[in-house]
Design a protein around this ligand. Structure first.
Ligand SMILES: NC(=O)c1ccc[n+]([C@@H]2O[C@H](COP(=O)([O-])OP(=O)(O)OC[C@H]3O[C@@H](n4cnc5c(N)ncnc54)[C@H](O)[C@@H]3O)[C@@H](O)[C@H]2O)c1
Length: 328
C-alpha cells in the first residue's frame, strides 16, 4: 500500500505521459467501458453563475476495473480565464485507493484533459468515418488544436478546413502545424467549410447553430464536442445514425441537451454507443453513405485512466516526484 500521496504537476505529467499513451488509453478505456468493466456515474455540473462568474465545473468520478484505478476528475470552464492568461478549461484529477479511499495522487489535469479531448475524435474518426480526406474544424482554440494533433496520428487527411470567428485564432492554429502534410484552408463561412467535407468537428464555446443540415454531404461524420449547442436540430434529427460516447451525460449537456429537454430525442434515439463498437458488441458504420452524427460529451473515466497510466510510468521510472503524507 502506498504510504504517501504523489502530488504531480503539469511539467511532470508532460514528461512521463506521451500523446501516444493518451490516445491508446482513450481507446482502451472506451473499450473497457463498452465491455462493462468501468463504473462511471453521470457527471454533475456546478454553475458559478450565482457568483456573477461566467463559469462552471464538473465532478466526474470513475473506477477503471482492468487497471484497478479509482478517482475523480474536476474540470471547469471559466469565460474570464483568457483575460487572466489562463486557458478556458482547468482540470485536476484525484486518484484514490479503490479499496480504502486513501489518496494515491493529486494530478494536474490540464495536459491530460487537453489531449484526451483531442484523442476522442481521433479514435472515433478511425472507426466511424467513411472517408477522411477533407476535415473541417469549427473552433480553432486549444481543444481544436489537440483534436487535429491527435488526428494526425490516427487518420490520413488531404485538406483541413478551419472556421472560427477569430482570424487570429485560425492563424495561430496553422502556425502550430509547420510541417503539416495536408493543405489548410481558412474558410469565410461555416457553410464553405462544411460543404463537401468528409468530417465536420465543432469544438467551440459558442451556443449557436454553427452547422446546418443541408450543408452536409452523404457519408459525412459530424462530431460535436463543445459544451453547448453547436448545430441545428436537423443535423441530429435527420442523421442516419446518432452516436454518443456515453448516453446519460449526452442527454443533459452539449449539443443534444436542448433536443433531450424538449423530448425530441431520448436514450432510445441513440443508435451507436461508441464504446460498444470497440467492445465488439455493436456495429458502427454499416453504410458508406450514412450520415453519422456523434456527440462526444467527454467522460471522466478517460482522465482517471490516464492518471493511472501516469502513476504506473512514474513508479516504473522510480521518478523523483513530490510525495505528501496525508496523515501529517
Ligand atoms: N467534449 C469534451 O470532451 C470536451 C473537453 C474539454 C472541453 N470541451 C469544450 O470544448 C469547447 C472549446 O474549448 P477550448 O478549451 O478549445 O476553448 P478555446 O477558448 O481555447 O477555443 C474556443 C474557440 O472557439 C471559437 N469560437 C467561439 N465562438 C465561435 C463561433 N460562433 N463560431 C466559430 N468559432 C467560435 C473561439 O474564437 C475560440 O477560438 C468548450 O465548449 C469546452 O467546454 C469539451
Amino acid at each position: 500500500m502506498e504510504q504517501k500521496a504523489y502530488i504531480i504537476g503539469e511539467e511532470t505529467v508532460k514528461k512521463y505521459l506521451t500523446v501516444d499513451d493518451i490516445i491508446k488509453c482513450v481507446e482502451d478505456t472506451w473499450r473497457w467501458y463498452g465491455e462493462g468493466k468501468v463504473i462511471m456515474p453521470n457527471k454533475i455540473t456546478t454553475t458559478m453563475d450565482p457568483l456573477g462568474v461566467q463559469g462552471w465545473f464538473n465532478s466526474m468520478p470513475a473506477y477503471i476495473g482492468p487497471m484497478d484505478v479509482a478517482g475523480i476528475k474536476v474540470v471547469g470552464g471559466y469565460a474570464g480565464n483568457k483575460a487572466l492568461g489562463l486557458p478556458y478549461i482547468k482540470a485536476n484529477v484525484l486518484v484514490t485507493n479503490s479499496r480504502t479511499g486513501e489518496l494515491r495522487a493529486l494530478v494536474s489535469g490540464d495536459y491530460i484533459n487537453d489531449y484526451r479531448t483531442g484523442a476522442q475524435p481521433a479514435v472515433m474518426a478511425k472507426y466511424l468515418a467513411a472517408k477522411t480526406d477533407i476535415v473541417t474544424i469549427i473552433g480553432t482554440g486549444l481543444m481544436g488544436y489537440t483534436t487535429l494533433y491527435c488526428m494526425t496520428k490516427t487518420v490520413n487527411m488531404k485538406e483541413v478546413r478551419l472556421c472560427d470567428i477569430s482570424e487570429e485564432a485560425m492563424d495561430n492554429f496553422i502556425a502550430r502545424f509547420p510541417d503539416a502534410p495536408f493543405k489548410f484552408v481558412k474558410c469565410k463561412s461555416n457553410e464553405e467549410g462544411c460543404r463537401g467535407a468528409d468530417i465536420v468537428i465543432t469544438v467551440t464555446n459558442a451556443n449557436a447553430d454553427l452547422v446546418e443540415e443541408p450543408w452536409l454531404k452523404k457519408g459525412s461524420l459530424v462530431m460535436t464536442m463543445g459544451s453547448f449547442r453547436e448545430t441545428t436540430f436537423d443535423v441530429v434529427k435527420k442523421a442516419d445514425k446518432i452516436a454518443v460516447d456515453q448516453i446519460g451525460q449526452s442527454l443533459h449537456r452539449g449539443n443534444l441537451k436542448e433536443l433531450a429537454e424538449c423530448g425530441e430525442i431520448t436514450a432510445d434515439s441513440i443508435d451507436i454507443l461508441f464504446p460498444e463498437v470497440l467492445a465488439g458488441k455493436a456495429q458502427g458504420r454499416t453504410n458508406p453513405d450514412d450520415r453519422i452524427y456523434s456527440q462526444i460529451v467527454g467522460t471522466g473515466m478517460l482522465d482517471v485512466a490516464c492518471a493511472g497510466i501516469l502513476l504506473e510510468k512514474i513508479k516504473a521510472a522510480n521518478a523523483d516526484v513530490f510525495r505528501f503524507d496525508m496523515m501529517k
